[in-house]
Design a protein around this ligand. Sequence first.
Ligand code: SAM
Length: 261
Amino acid sequence: MGKVLVSSYDVIGDIAIVEVPEGMEGKKKEIAMSIMDAQKHIKTVMEKKSNRHGEFRLRDMEPIMGTETVTDHKENDCVFRLDVTEAYFSPREGTERVRVANQVKPGETVLVMFAGVGPFSVVIGKKQPRVRKVYSVEINPDAVKWMEENIRLNRLKYVVEPMLGDAREECKKLYGKCDRVVMPLPKEGRNFLETAIRCLKPKGIVHFYYVGPEENMFKIGNDVIRMECKKLGRKCRILKQQKVLPYGPRMFKVCIDFEVE
Ligand SMILES: C[S@@+](CC[C@H](N)C(=O)[O-])C[C@H]1O[C@@H](n2cnc3c(N)ncnc32)[C@H](O)[C@@H]1O
């Protein structure tokens, strides 16, 4: 087995997604072949052509080897089918999905805002079979199409309910009805905190994701949470501060779990 020519790349099912380092543009095929040689199940190698952008958090990509962009990704006893060019999916967040799913108790009504192809919702449904309902709001119609497929593949038809639309509008139907709200939109999630809090029953819990600087990663989150709760006249209690993943130089994706009285 030869040496892989890049230090890191993502694998979603049988698709590898790689950033070609500067100065190695002429060696794309060799890079792709070194990945396929190291991981024999890889059928397609895609090159990242941009950072994530826009409301749907997609990135531009081009194939280097292979053409198939639909794949099945297995994680936590679940399977996620998606077209990697149509919807957001990160294989790096599996541990975080389990951390949240393990907290869900029997009988809970859960809301996943920004649900994508359904990874949080499906892992919650699988780990806690006695959850009452997992409402799953997503604005990208293609992501919702794959979420519906993943609900079918994971046999969660009566558990996970997809809702296509803008979280701010769709969640109005759920005001006061949820025990738990998951908010996996780290860049703009803070603009939806009020909506999330309004969806909670008394003593409900929010998992709030955002991006914070390494030196003081939880301060901004604590401040915004306290500000939003104060605005709504609700008392809150921070339950856990979780470092999730690096997010660019000296920045981290983090999660704050908090309870609202
Ligand atoms: C960072 S991705 C997370 C997706 C999924 N939860 C996951 O972990 O793979 C954020 C998702 O939020 C969706 N989104 C962005 N703005 C939204 C809005 N206003 N209402 C509902 N969904 C939104 C995007 O289309 C994208 O799929």
